[in-house]
Design a binder for this molecule. Structure first.
Ligand code: BG6
Length: 500
């Protein structure tokens, strides 16, 4: 299929001001896998100001050459030598250890030196904390002590703080983290990442809903029977048992990624396209989700844990996992949203590790046609494919070709891949890094949203701490679709999950 490139209409792309990106966790896994490749993508697309610099920070000792060699390994092998060298020329290293206050003074000197070389720019600073959450508070305290978070005030230079989830592990710890942050920086300086919001297909939900006349009139209880959101992974816990044993799937995926997608799918139209207006609607939506029935939790939430199968280890056999672990690696939930638009429409959410397929999809299943001339037929549905094979498809009933009048399902499908390489979507992290440099909060998560999300899920987590036999942890075979109890959650309502 060839797609003609229509002239760009609404397009907010602008170039960010010069800045120094200070990357804590600069030698870590996220930096290597995601952040340096994303920064390189921005560099090659001319989306980093020519004078912008990247300072990697970590506890390990590195000289500039050894750190640049490390960064070079993270760049795409296909990149040209010129592009790599130009990018690496922006990169430097400063050792920074929260146990050593002097290292932060030295970091301050290093940053001041970069400012001096590039005077009058770069002067803005983006601090990215790609480190375990236990190090957030010590590092932020050191930055504050060294005066590195203060916005100079005499011009428009900014100091932004980018944080990765998890933002707390329940309502109380999230509130404590927030109180700490507010003591050191203003809310406007904080950019909390949910990398799902940076995915092109997730951003597209807003455009699909609010830029087309076709969908909004049917996007409600009159036409929609139910909504399914699935984030299935084939990966197991990998090398992250230390984190995952404390977290589990509900904290790792539901409280953030799934809830954010749900909010975009179900929120009311914002009055304008601005970060504030969108946040207001998302927050109102999350607050309108009915509390889970903690006295009959099994009717609304199912948890599971993968067991050894198909030559794959079970969760309890994974390195670093307790042999008696009750950490869930799968969850499915039925939610109700108490707004006029969604009364009586269930939202089914599920996510799990070590499932049969990697697939993140949002499916809106429509009600049957009120008067059908053709007997029973499958309901129409709209499937938004978040990843992989990003795109969307509308599944309709149509006449099958041939002499007889026979009906069949006709998918009207659109795949981003068909747009060709030229329109290759930037990585979610590239989008988010760029937005943090542009001071655009639209794709970041605000503290009120996090509070509302924890208010919803903390009671579930507390109920699960009850004796385990009250709310069973359903085992499921590694490589399967998840526990049978998840299928029963829908079967009880006469529905079924869309196959993975
Ligand atoms: C992260 C979770 O936030 O998202 C991981 O901590 C999960 O456990 C990952 O694997 C999934 O992200 P993606 O972009 O691969 O779907």
């Amino acid at each position: 299929m060839t797609v003609k490139h229509a002239p760009a209409r609404f397009c907010l792309e602008v170039s960010p001001a010069p800045c120094v990106l200070v990357l804590f966790g600069g030698t870590g896994d996220l930096a290597r896998r995601k952040l340096f490749p994303s920064l390189f993508q921005l560099h090659t697309r001319d989306l980093l100001h020519a004078t912008s610099r990247i300072v990697g920070c970590g506890r390990t000792r590195h000289d500039q050459a050894s750190f640049r060699a490390l960064v070079a390994e993270a760049l795409p092998p296909s990149a040209s030598t010129d592009a790599r060298e130009a990018f690496l020329a922006r990169v430097s290293y400063a050792q920074a250890d929260e146990a050593d206050p002097d290292s932060f003074s030295r970091l301050g000197l290093h940053l001041a030196e970069l400012d001096r070389i590039e005077t009058p720019a770069p002067f803005n600073r983006l601090y990215y904390l790609a480190i375990p959450p236990s190090s957030y508070q010590p590092i932020i305290a050191r930055l504050a002590e060294a005066g590195l978070l203060e916005e100079p005030g005499h011009d428009s230079a900014w100091r932004h703080l980018l944080l990765e989830k998890p933002f707390g592990s329940d309502s109380a710890s999230a509130a404590a983290l927030d109180a700490f942050l507010q003591r050191h920086v203003h809310e406007e300086q904080i950019f909390r990442i949910d990398h799902y919001l940076g995915k092109d297909t997730v951003q597209n939900i807003l455009i699909l809903r609010f830029a087309n006349i076709l969908f909004e009139p049917v996007w409600n209880r009159a036409c929609i029977d139910h909504v399914q959101i699935t984030v299935a992974e084939t990966l197991g816990v990998e090398h992250r048992a230390g984190y995952y044993e404390q977290s589990g799937l509900l904290r790792d995926m539901f409280q953030n990624h799934l809830l954010e997608m749900l909010a975009l799918v179900a929120m009311e139209p914002p009055a304008e396209f601005s970060a504030d207006a969108i946040h207001r609607e998302k927050l109102a939506l999350i607050r309108a989700i009915r509390a889970f029935p903690c006295d009959a939790l099994e009717s609304a939430v199912v948890r599971g844990q993968y067991a050894a199968a198909h030559g794959m280890a079970g969760y309890r056999d994974e390195p670093g996992v307790s042999p008696n672990s009750t950490t869930e690696t799968f969850a499915a939930a039925k939610l109700w949203i108490d707004t006029p638009r969604w009364q009586g429409v269930p939202f089914y959410l599920r996510s799990g590790k070590r499932l049969a397929e990697k697939a993140s999809t949002i499916t809106l299943v429509f009600k049957p046609s009120p008067h059908t001339l053709f007997g029973a037929c499958d309901p129409d549905s709209l499937v938004l494919k978040v990843q992989p094979d990003e795109g969307m498809s509308l599944h309709l009933q149509a006449k099958r070709p041939g002499p007889k009048l026979c009906m069949g399902e006709l998918p009207l499908a659109f795949r981003y891949a068909d747009l060709g390489d030229e329109l290759d979507a930037p990585d979610a992290y590239a989008r988010l890094l760029l937005d943090a440099m542009l001071h655009d909060h639209t794709l970041f998560v605000r503290n009120e949203t996090i509070t509302a999300a924890w208010q919803l899920f903390t009671p579930v987590l507390e109920s699960w701490r009850d004796p385990a036999d009250r709310y069973p942890l359903h085992p499921y075979a590694a490589g399967s679709d998840g526990p049978a109890a998840a299928a029963e959650l829908l079967a009880r309502d006469g529905r079924a999950w869309r196959p993975l």
